[in-house]
Design a protein around this ligand. Sequence first.
Ligand SMILES: [Zn+2]
Length: 269
Amino acid sequence: MYRNEEDLQSEDWPGLIDTHCHLDLEPLYSRLAEVVSGAHLAGVTQFVVPGVHPDGWERMAAIAARHADIFPAFGIHPMHAATAVNGNLSQLAVHASSGVAIGEIGLDPAYAVSLERQESAFREQLRLALELGLPVLVHCRQAFQRTLRILQEEHAEQVGGIMHAFSGSCEMAREFIRLGFAISISGMVTRETAVRPLRIVRELPLEHLVLETDAPDMTPQRYRGQSNQPGYMVETLHAVARLKGVEPLVVAQSSHAASRKILGRMKVS
Ligand SMILES: [Zn+2]
């Protein structure tokens, strides 16, 4: 795993926040202690774990109770939008207040669930986020205009949030930033063929960019073929630094500040 001793020993190193990693899922969950200590060695010290399905919420709450640096965000992923029914939504309301955000929620036409069903699950969860004053973690692919319109109609600017693993255009990214959202950069930027994500990093100000792994998915180029883990986020940090022409420490600091600004509840050591 990549380690930059000089950066890590610097007093200015803020401790990186992986704003999106599924530590409750395999193959990460059964070797969680090892995954977390590996991440610490790489300078990644805090982890936001987004919800996917109601069946996962108990486990997320349990690992967050055991690890002070793991922060859950409860929610229903658009692929499981059909489970966003009354009983589960009231369960979500119970769990949600102990999380740092509501997520991951949004729209993705690649899944079998109809976009209408996805949209109603998205709106229900946005309303809960506003009620609780929590930011949202948004999963969106190929439905950016519709997602933007829903966020505007539901007044998501009151809570803000993070556009997870953003794959849209710079123009769309600016619209989400205007609504108080940060744009999350994944390991895609370590691949030279990822045209849009590379352009996002080049053109948008660092103050609006946060980092994530989406582990166990979206493995950076260097480790392709393996499953992803939070420690590998350093690859993404270095790719962003190269694209911006700045020192990695600068990106570490800016992404840390941008994450903290959105996820205000996180108790950073
Ligand atoms: Zn995810």
